[in-house]
Design a protein around this ligand. Structure first.
Ligand SMILES: [Zn+2]
Length: 322
């Protein structure tokens, strides 16, 4: 298995293809086997096990697995083999012990259409400030309107729009991650074109009837950072993602939550132009929370406040001579 040491920017470039793959559907068997592979990656990453035969299984499916070291963090990336690109997606898992609260699966499924969402997701995910609970990042590798059978954009149906079809690896990977993790928050990033009547961001749980305590918490915290933030359906009747296939899937899992975040073009530009704004956005969107959006307070690191040499315990460093 190839092993690479990357900067966050190099990891982002390695994950996001510059050009979309020409889309060819995977068979049901391939979808299931790749879903099982994502299950292995997520499960083994959380339980300190090695990958065993996962690289060989990936190769048999036209994928490959790479181990990435980015700063002090480890990742496993499941990527389409260069000669077998066909829009089956790209899946990266953070390697580290299971955390106590909900774990986050970040998704950018329309990176060539909702411009900037892949870059934003990758910058948040590979940032040194992303917590251990931010488990995985899934992105598309073909254009939303890149399949052979489709209505012209912004048409209703496209066989490469993996948010509106169920027979895609992305759906199996989402299911596998939710089942492997248990308490899971799937945060999906999208983008819309600016319009005077539209806000900076629209958050939804994908449900027509009401959003969720998690969406309420995120919206409340994001508004001072992004500007006008609206919740579907409480504040606005548009862009609620009620036909999103990952949202529908996750609604069937009592321990999973779906958060659909739509960002205006201006907001996406501002985020990418300002490291500070990006960090503030990430600190909220990917915060360690329970399934209802309550933040999980972390006890300060037990060693952090003890001056070196001050402790009497075993292993304490000797006080420096002055
Ligand atoms: Zn979208």
């Amino acid at each position: 298995m190839p092993s690479r040491e990357l900067t966050p920017a190099q990891a982002r470039d390695a994950l996001l293809p510059e050009t979309p793959a020409s889309f060819a559907p995977s068979t049901v068997d391939e979808q299931q086997q790749l879903g099982a592979l994502v299950d292995t990656l997520v499960t083994n990453a959380r339980t300190d096990r090695e990958l065993e035969d996962a690289p060989a299984r990936a190769r048999a499916l036209g994928f490959h697995v790479e181990a990435w070291q980015v700063g002090d963090q480890r990742f496993w990336a499941l990527l389409e083999a260069p000669e077998a690109r066909r829009g089956a997606g790209a899946y990266v898992v953070r390697v580290g012990p299971a955390t106590t609260g909900a774990e986050i699966v970040l998704q950018a499924p329309h990176t060539f259409y909702d411009l900037g969402t892949g870059d934003i997701a990758a910058r948040l995910f590979f940032s040194s400030s992303a917590g251990a609970h931010v488990r995985a990042l899934f992105v598309n590798t073909a254009h939303r309107y890149g399949g052979p059978r489709q209505a012209p954009p912004p048409g209703e149906h496209s066989d490469s729009d993996l948010c509106h079809i169920t027979d895609h690896v992305f759906q199996d990977a989402t299911r596998a991650a939710a089942e492997a993790v248990g308490a899971t928050i799937v945060v999906q990033l999208h983008g819309f074109s600016d319009a005077p009547e539209l806000p900076e961001a629209i958050l939804s749980s994908g449900q027509r009837e009401a959003s969720s305590p998690l969406v309420h918490a995120l919206s409340r915290e994001l508004e001072p950072v992004l500007g006008k933030v609206r919740r579907y359906p409480e504040d606005i009747a548009k862009l609620g993602a009620t036909t999103n296939t990952q949202g529908k899937l996750l609604a069937g899992y009592p321990d999973a939550r779906f958060v659909h975040i739509e960002l205006s073009a201006g907001t996406r530009d501002r985020l990418r132009d300002s490291d500070e704004l990006m960090a503030d956005f990430g600190e909220i969107a990917l915060a360690d929370r329970d399934l209802d959006g309550e933040r999980i307070e972390h006890a300060p690191d037990a060693d952090a406040d003890v001056p070196r040499g001050a402790g009497a315990g075993e292993g304490a460093a000797p006080a420096p001579e002055r």
